[in-house]
Ligand binder design. Sequence first.
Ligand SMILES: Cc1cc2nc3c(=O)[nH]c(=O)nc-3n(C[C@H](O)[C@H](O)[C@H](O)COP(=O)(O)OP(=O)(O)OC[C@H]3O[C@@H](n4cnc5c(N)ncnc54)[C@H](O)[C@@H]3O)c2cc1C
Length: 394
Amino acid sequence: MSGGRATVLVAGAGIGGLTAALALADKGFKVIVAERTPRLEEAGAGLQLSPNASSVLIGLGLKSSLEACAIAPEAVSVMSGPRGGELVRLPFDKPDPVAPYWVIHRADLQAALAARASTHSLIELRLGCELESFTTNADGVVVNLQQETALQRETVAALIGADGLWSAVRRQLDPATQPRFTGLIAWRGTVENRSPLDQASPSRVQLWMGSNAHLVTYPMAHGQQTNVVAISSGQWHDQGWSVPATATEASAAFTAPRWSEPARAIIASVTHWRKWALFTLPASATWIDGRVALLGDAAHAMLPFAAQGAGMAIEDAAVLAMCMSEGAGDIASALQHYADLRRERVARVQNLAQQNGRIYHLAGPIATARDLSMKLLGGRRLLARQNWIYNWRA
Ligand SMILES: Cc1cc2nc3c(=O)[nH]c(=O)nc-3n(C[C@H](O)[C@H](O)[C@H](O)COP(=O)(O)OP(=O)(O)OC[C@H]3O[C@@H](n4cnc5c(N)ncnc54)[C@H](O)[C@@H]3O)c2cc1C
């Protein structure tokens, strides 16, 4: 089907689904993107886009639109939650023009992808259009969609489930696999950097490690805001990315003396909190059945502690489009090839994210030993440990 006009239906216009639509259309496929929400939500906050992901997006022609809203931080500062100082700094070199390290608001990234998709003659974006179910036959996939009160039925060559953690496509493809609550909650807020002094402060990602909790901050909105995400344990595990939360619950794990004054000051500066419960999928989840495939969170939702949730969805999209383009019309084999190429790497990133969580949340003497070994290793060598992630190219 290389260069042909087979139609692919992508369920979900999140980061993975929109990137897949652009990558598939660039290879000559017609794409229908069905997105459940009637408009792309402002919900969500910052995402980190490492070079493995930014290079894909730049390759799809998004460089100027993303440069207008992303920030290239100069370093990651690893901070001591109990003591308050910087333990080690991981310096980013001058940004690579074709593969920078960016931080960006999720809504800005989604809007840039959607704007590009809406100008592509091979992409049709249907908002307020929910995938309900599908059946497969020898000719393709019959997809049942609901748009407002109207039922729609499309017969397509392939169905890609990019419909996130609670994927309707996965529910049908692999009903036994359910998201698992990790016992962790992310609390999220933004702080307005009002004074010019705040805005001039170095654009660094800060990772604050403390006992059973951690804190990540980075600049957004041209340095006018700081994104704050605090992670701690809890029982609450409703669905949703942006459930309102109180300052009392968000700050409960960040008290003296285990957390120093500077870390507590960051928490105290957030006025409006949102929370989302962290769920993951097991690495054994099924991704493929014939002409139906999953990508992104629908296939492999992971803890956000390697900052690769969006990155892996973007990589998936690029590899999926390449496999379908090179698949000579055998879509089932092309999708199988996509899964074969992706599974090992994604499982490794899922493991890393889990391991990072354990390391960040250490307490007592073992945390002191961790801090010392990080200092001894130094920022450059710590950063080089991420090369296997960041140096990936489509
Ligand atoms: C509203 C929202 C806010 C988020 N905020 C953050 C954040 O602040 N920080 C962070 O690290 N990660 C956040 N994430 C998750 C992050 O975007 C993903 O981990 C990552 O980008 C992988 O993206 P994805 O495309 O696989 O899934 P998602 O980004 O979750 O996108 C899935 C899309 O599918 C749509 N959808 C779901 N079911 C159906 C259906 N049946 N039919 C059609 N469409 C459907 C959803 O509305 C959504 O647009 C957020 C996700 C969402 C949806």
